[in-house]
Ligand binder design. Structure first.
Ligand SMILES: [Zn+2]
Ligand SMILES: [Zn+2]
Length: 264
Protein backbone atom coordinates (compact mmCIF):
# COMPACT_ATOMS: atom_id res chain seq x y z
CA UNK A 1 0.00 0.00 0.00
CA UNK A 2 1.18 3.50 -0.82
CA UNK A 3 -0.33 6.89 -0.10
CA UNK A 4 0.51 9.68 -2.53
CA UNK A 5 -0.38 13.34 -2.05
CA UNK A 6 0.78 16.50 -3.77
CA UNK A 7 1.82 19.09 -1.18
CA UNK A 8 2.22 21.80 -3.78
CA UNK A 9 2.18 21.60 -7.57
CA UNK A 10 2.81 24.53 -9.91
CA UNK A 11 5.56 26.45 -11.68
CA UNK A 12 6.06 28.16 -8.29
CA UNK A 13 6.80 25.06 -6.22
CA UNK A 14 6.51 21.29 -6.25
CA UNK A 15 6.61 18.57 -3.65
CA UNK A 16 4.88 15.19 -3.39
CA UNK A 17 4.69 13.00 -0.31
CA UNK A 18 4.84 9.23 -0.86
CA UNK A 19 4.11 7.09 2.20
CA UNK A 20 4.73 3.36 2.12
CA UNK A 21 4.13 0.75 4.82
CA UNK A 22 7.16 1.85 6.84
CA UNK A 23 8.92 4.54 4.83
CA UNK A 24 8.07 8.10 3.83
CA UNK A 25 9.79 9.95 1.02
CA UNK A 26 9.32 13.22 -0.84
CA UNK A 27 9.59 13.74 -4.56
CA UNK A 28 11.19 17.22 -4.69
CA UNK A 29 11.08 19.95 -2.06
CA UNK A 30 10.43 23.08 -4.10
CA UNK A 31 8.54 25.11 -1.49
CA UNK A 32 9.86 26.98 1.53
CA UNK A 33 10.92 24.92 4.52
CA UNK A 34 8.22 26.42 6.75
CA UNK A 35 5.47 25.71 4.22
CA UNK A 36 6.74 22.17 3.73
CA UNK A 37 6.75 21.49 7.49
CA UNK A 38 3.28 23.02 7.84
CA UNK A 39 1.87 20.78 5.10
CA UNK A 40 3.44 17.61 6.51
CA UNK A 41 1.95 18.48 9.91
CA UNK A 42 -1.49 18.95 8.35
CA UNK A 43 -1.14 15.33 7.16
CA UNK A 44 0.08 14.19 10.57
CA UNK A 45 3.46 13.28 9.12
CA UNK A 46 6.50 14.00 11.28
CA UNK A 47 9.09 15.75 9.04
CA UNK A 48 11.85 13.71 10.70
CA UNK A 49 10.13 10.56 9.39
CA UNK A 50 11.03 11.54 5.82
CA UNK A 51 13.79 9.14 4.87
CA UNK A 52 14.79 10.72 1.57
CA UNK A 53 14.10 13.37 -1.02
CA UNK A 54 13.94 12.03 -4.55
CA UNK A 55 14.93 14.83 -6.90
CA UNK A 56 13.58 15.27 -10.43
CA UNK A 57 15.95 18.14 -11.29
CA UNK A 58 17.72 21.19 -9.93
CA UNK A 59 15.28 23.99 -10.83
CA UNK A 60 14.34 25.97 -7.73
CA UNK A 61 10.62 25.15 -7.98
CA UNK A 62 11.78 21.60 -7.17
CA UNK A 63 14.82 22.17 -4.98
CA UNK A 64 14.12 25.28 -2.86
CA UNK A 65 14.14 23.59 0.55
CA UNK A 66 16.14 20.45 -0.25
CA UNK A 67 19.25 21.82 1.53
CA UNK A 68 17.43 23.28 4.58
CA UNK A 69 15.32 20.11 4.96
CA UNK A 70 18.38 17.86 4.81
CA UNK A 71 20.22 20.00 7.36
CA UNK A 72 17.26 20.13 9.76
CA UNK A 73 16.00 16.54 9.53
CA UNK A 74 18.92 14.54 8.16
CA UNK A 75 17.00 13.27 5.11
CA UNK A 76 18.96 11.63 2.31
CA UNK A 77 19.01 13.04 -1.21
CA UNK A 78 18.71 10.91 -4.34
CA UNK A 79 19.36 12.55 -7.69
CA UNK A 80 20.48 11.52 -11.16
CA UNK A 81 24.23 11.15 -11.54
CA UNK A 82 24.35 13.79 -14.29
CA UNK A 83 22.53 16.34 -12.11
CA UNK A 84 24.46 15.90 -8.86
CA UNK A 85 26.78 18.85 -9.39
CA UNK A 86 23.90 21.16 -10.33
CA UNK A 87 21.99 20.09 -7.21
CA UNK A 88 25.03 20.45 -4.95
CA UNK A 89 25.54 24.02 -6.14
CA UNK A 90 21.87 24.78 -5.28
CA UNK A 91 21.49 23.19 -1.88
CA UNK A 92 24.45 24.64 0.00
CA UNK A 93 26.46 22.85 2.60
CA UNK A 94 25.10 19.38 3.34
CA UNK A 95 26.62 16.15 4.60
CA UNK A 96 27.99 14.69 1.34
CA UNK A 97 27.52 11.15 2.65
CA UNK A 98 23.75 11.75 2.50
CA UNK A 99 23.77 12.30 -1.27
CA UNK A 100 23.13 9.26 -3.46
CA UNK A 101 22.96 9.21 -7.21
CA UNK A 102 21.19 6.97 -9.67
CA UNK A 103 21.25 6.29 -13.39
CA UNK A 104 18.28 5.04 -15.40
CA UNK A 105 18.34 1.68 -13.65
CA UNK A 106 15.90 0.61 -10.97
CA UNK A 107 17.06 1.17 -7.40
CA UNK A 108 15.56 0.87 -3.92
CA UNK A 109 14.96 3.20 -1.00
CA UNK A 110 13.95 0.80 1.77
CA UNK A 111 10.64 -0.74 0.63
CA UNK A 112 10.31 1.46 -2.48
CA UNK A 113 11.49 0.24 -5.86
CA UNK A 114 12.12 3.25 -8.09
CA UNK A 115 12.63 3.28 -11.84
CA UNK A 116 13.85 6.68 -13.07
CA UNK A 117 13.41 7.75 -16.68
CA UNK A 118 14.80 10.85 -18.37
CA UNK A 119 12.54 13.67 -19.52
CA UNK A 120 13.31 16.37 -22.13
CA UNK A 121 13.64 19.63 -20.16
CA UNK A 122 15.97 22.62 -20.03
CA UNK A 123 17.74 21.53 -16.86
CA UNK A 124 21.08 19.71 -16.61
CA UNK A 125 19.02 16.54 -16.45
CA UNK A 126 15.40 15.80 -15.53
CA UNK A 127 13.76 12.57 -14.42
CA UNK A 128 10.34 11.06 -14.02
CA UNK A 129 9.79 8.07 -11.77
CA UNK A 130 7.80 4.85 -11.61
CA UNK A 131 7.49 3.76 -7.97
CA UNK A 132 6.06 0.71 -6.22
CA UNK A 133 6.47 -1.14 -2.96
CA UNK A 134 5.29 -4.57 -3.99
CA UNK A 135 1.81 -3.62 -5.22
CA UNK A 136 0.49 -1.46 -8.06
CA UNK A 137 2.73 1.25 -9.46
CA UNK A 138 2.56 5.01 -9.41
CA UNK A 139 4.29 7.33 -11.91
CA UNK A 140 5.36 10.95 -11.69
CA UNK A 141 6.27 13.03 -14.76
CA UNK A 142 6.44 16.82 -14.80
CA UNK A 143 8.79 19.27 -16.51
CA UNK A 144 8.86 17.72 -19.96
CA UNK A 145 8.78 19.55 -23.28
CA UNK A 146 7.12 16.60 -24.98
CA UNK A 147 6.12 13.04 -24.20
CA UNK A 148 8.10 10.49 -26.23
CA UNK A 149 6.82 6.99 -26.95
CA UNK A 150 9.28 5.79 -24.34
CA UNK A 151 7.88 8.18 -21.72
CA UNK A 152 4.32 7.02 -22.46
CA UNK A 153 5.45 3.38 -22.17
CA UNK A 154 6.86 4.16 -18.73
CA UNK A 155 3.55 5.63 -17.59
CA UNK A 156 1.38 2.78 -18.85
CA UNK A 157 0.38 0.08 -16.39
CA UNK A 158 0.71 2.44 -13.45
CA UNK A 159 -2.48 2.74 -11.41
CA UNK A 160 -1.89 6.42 -10.68
CA UNK A 161 -0.07 8.88 -12.94
CA UNK A 162 0.77 12.44 -11.93
CA UNK A 163 1.41 14.25 -15.20
CA UNK A 164 2.27 17.82 -16.14
CA UNK A 165 -0.44 19.94 -17.74
CA UNK A 166 1.49 23.18 -17.63
CA UNK A 167 -0.09 25.75 -19.89
CA UNK A 168 -2.73 26.64 -22.38
CA UNK A 169 -0.79 27.62 -25.51
CA UNK A 170 -3.14 30.51 -26.38
CA UNK A 171 -2.93 31.95 -22.87
CA UNK A 172 0.85 31.68 -22.93
CA UNK A 173 1.23 33.30 -26.35
CA UNK A 174 -1.14 36.14 -25.36
CA UNK A 175 0.62 36.76 -22.02
CA UNK A 176 2.24 40.20 -22.34
CA UNK A 177 4.17 39.72 -19.09
CA UNK A 178 6.27 36.99 -20.70
CA UNK A 179 9.16 37.78 -23.06
CA UNK A 180 9.31 36.03 -26.44
CA UNK A 181 12.41 34.25 -25.20
CA UNK A 182 10.56 32.82 -22.20
CA UNK A 183 7.58 31.81 -24.35
CA UNK A 184 9.89 29.96 -26.74
CA UNK A 185 11.58 28.27 -23.81
CA UNK A 186 8.29 27.00 -22.37
CA UNK A 187 6.90 25.94 -25.78
CA UNK A 188 10.10 24.20 -26.89
CA UNK A 189 10.75 20.45 -26.82
CA UNK A 190 12.81 21.07 -23.70
CA UNK A 191 10.16 23.18 -22.00
CA UNK A 192 6.83 22.21 -20.46
CA UNK A 193 3.89 20.04 -21.51
CA UNK A 194 0.84 21.99 -22.74
CA UNK A 195 -2.73 21.03 -21.85
CA UNK A 196 -3.35 19.62 -25.34
CA UNK A 197 -0.14 17.59 -25.34
CA UNK A 198 -1.01 16.34 -21.87
CA UNK A 199 -4.47 15.37 -23.16
CA UNK A 200 -2.87 13.27 -25.93
CA UNK A 201 -0.83 11.36 -23.35
CA UNK A 202 -3.88 10.84 -21.10
CA UNK A 203 -5.71 9.46 -24.13
CA UNK A 204 -2.90 6.94 -24.73
CA UNK A 205 -2.96 5.99 -21.04
CA UNK A 206 -6.73 5.52 -20.96
CA UNK A 207 -6.39 2.38 -23.07
CA UNK A 208 -3.76 0.91 -20.70
CA UNK A 209 -4.26 0.00 -17.05
CA UNK A 210 -4.02 3.57 -15.76
CA UNK A 211 -7.03 4.27 -13.54
CA UNK A 212 -6.31 7.80 -12.35
CA UNK A 213 -4.42 10.77 -13.77
CA UNK A 214 -3.63 13.90 -11.78
CA UNK A 215 -2.93 17.00 -13.88
CA UNK A 216 -0.01 18.78 -12.26
CA UNK A 217 2.57 21.59 -12.38
CA UNK A 218 0.06 24.13 -13.70
CA UNK A 219 1.38 27.57 -14.59
CA UNK A 220 -0.45 30.11 -12.38
CA UNK A 221 -0.17 32.70 -15.19
CA UNK A 222 -0.92 30.61 -18.27
CA UNK A 223 -3.43 28.03 -17.09
CA UNK A 224 -6.33 27.43 -14.72
CA UNK A 225 -7.46 24.20 -13.09
CA UNK A 226 -10.78 24.47 -14.93
CA UNK A 227 -9.14 25.04 -18.31
CA UNK A 228 -6.72 22.10 -18.19
CA UNK A 229 -9.43 19.80 -16.83
CA UNK A 230 -11.83 20.86 -19.59
CA UNK A 231 -9.17 20.56 -22.32
CA UNK A 232 -8.24 17.03 -21.27
CA UNK A 233 -11.87 15.90 -20.85
CA UNK A 234 -12.95 17.34 -24.21
CA UNK A 235 -10.02 15.67 -25.96
CA UNK A 236 -10.86 12.32 -24.37
CA UNK A 237 -14.54 12.64 -25.32
CA UNK A 238 -13.60 13.44 -28.93
CA UNK A 239 -11.61 10.19 -28.95
CA UNK A 240 -14.55 8.18 -27.60
CA UNK A 241 -13.20 7.91 -24.05
CA UNK A 242 -15.52 8.86 -21.19
CA UNK A 243 -13.64 10.94 -18.58
CA UNK A 244 -14.12 9.71 -15.01
CA UNK A 245 -15.65 6.47 -16.29
CA UNK A 246 -12.82 5.02 -18.39
CA UNK A 247 -10.13 7.02 -16.59
CA UNK A 248 -10.42 9.38 -13.60
CA UNK A 249 -9.04 12.89 -13.96
CA UNK A 250 -8.07 15.10 -11.02
CA UNK A 251 -6.19 18.40 -10.88
CA UNK A 252 -3.45 18.93 -8.30
CA UNK A 253 -4.09 22.17 -6.39
CA UNK A 254 -1.35 24.71 -6.99
CA UNK A 255 -0.85 25.70 -3.36
CA UNK A 256 -3.05 23.49 -1.20
CA UNK A 257 -2.73 19.82 -0.34
CA UNK A 258 -4.07 17.53 -3.04
CA UNK A 259 -6.26 14.45 -2.71
CA UNK A 260 -4.64 11.62 -0.75
CA UNK A 261 -4.52 8.72 -3.21
CA UNK A 262 -4.26 5.24 -1.74
CA UNK A 263 -2.71 2.67 -4.08
CA UNK A 264 -3.13 -0.99 -3.22
ZN1 LIG B 1 9.17 22.78 -12.54
ZN1 LIG C 1 12.04 22.62 -14.38
Amino acid sequence: MMKVVTLSSSSKGNSVLVCGENTNILIDAGISLNTLIEKLKLLDVDPSSIKAILSTHEHSDHSKSVGPFMRKYGALLYCHHDGVQAMVSKIGNVDQSKIFYFYEQEFAIDEFVIKPFKLPHDSVTCCGFVIHNGGPKFAYATDLGFASEQTIENLKNCKLVILESNHDEKMLIANTNYSDHLKHRILSKNGHLSNVNCAKVVCALATSNVKQVVLAHLSPENNTPQLCYQTVCEYLEAMGIVPNVNIKIDVAPQNNLGTVFVIK
